[in-house]
Ligand binder design. Structure first.
Ligand code: GRF
Length: 225
């Protein structure tokens, strides 16, 4: 049976009920991290709603995942804007739907100050390396080429520098003999799909405290390390 015929879950639609935390997700590609977020929001009593999925290209498979889950979608293409600042502002205006969290889930565009300053402390990104190692668009390939024994993923708050903001979670992933980029990346993405929904939930619930470069989870007992 075609995967598209039967949704994996009964997700809530893009309409948030009154107290739901509102999550906007930006994607460029496959959208498996987006799917993890949609699945989390679809859990009964999650208190979370993905209210918009936006992509920078119409062919992003993540848009199809969003449609299947009944979530509004939008496309903002850089080619339709004369320069990066106007792309940033178009995306900002699109996302202005009172999000509690804006989540970059495989969004392969650099966001400038026009966007980042509109959502202070509310933008999360996931990156497939242990930052600050291997920033940029080819992190998995570069980690393999460097010959590292361990790489991983980083879920961090977004600031005005690329792959730079305060680190909320990291997970290590050993490089195995015979790994190629796809195989290693898929094991890294398994960790991202575990950590990103957790991070989005904690940030949406106001349970993340940021001081300088340090992002900590606020628990009943205090804060995490
Ligand atoms: C993730 O590894 C993310 O860190 C990187 O792109 C990948 C997106 O995967 N920027 P998917 O589209 O969520 O499957």
């Amino acid at each position: 049976m075609a995967a598209s015929a039967v949704p994996r879950t009964q997700p809530r639609t893009g309409e948030a009920v009154a107290d739901d935390k509102r999550v906007v997700v930006l994607v460029s590609g496959h959208g498996s991290n987006l799917q993890a977020l949609l699945d989390m929001a679809a859990e009964p009593g999650s208190g979370m709603a993905v209210v918009l999925v936006a992509a920078d290209r119409p062919g992003a498979h993540g848009l199809e995942r969003a449609r299947r889950a009944g979530v509004d979608t939008a496309v903002v293409r850089t080619a339709d804007h004369p320069d990066r600042p106007s792309f940033d502002l178009a995306l900002r205006d699109l996302v202005a739907a009172r999000p509690d969290v804006v989540c970059l889930a495989g969004f392969m565009r650099i966001l400038g100050p026009g966007f980042v300053r509109a959502f202070p402390g509310r933008i999360l990104n996931t990156h497939p390396s242990l930052l600050p190692a291997f920033r940029g668009a080819h992190a998995v390939r570069e980690a393999l080429a460097y010959g590292v024994k361990v790489t991983g993923c980083t879920v961090h708050l977004v600031d005005e520098e690329v792959d730079h903001g305060p680190v909320l979670f990291q997970a290590a992933v050993p490089v195995e003999p015979g790994d190629d980029e796809d195989r290693l990346h898929e094991r890294i993405k398994q960790e991202e799909r575990r950590l990103l929904p957790l991070a989005v939930r904690l940030l949406a619930e106001g349970r993340v405290r940021v001081e300088g470069r340090r992002a900590q989870v606020v628990t009943a007992e205090g804060v995490s390390r």
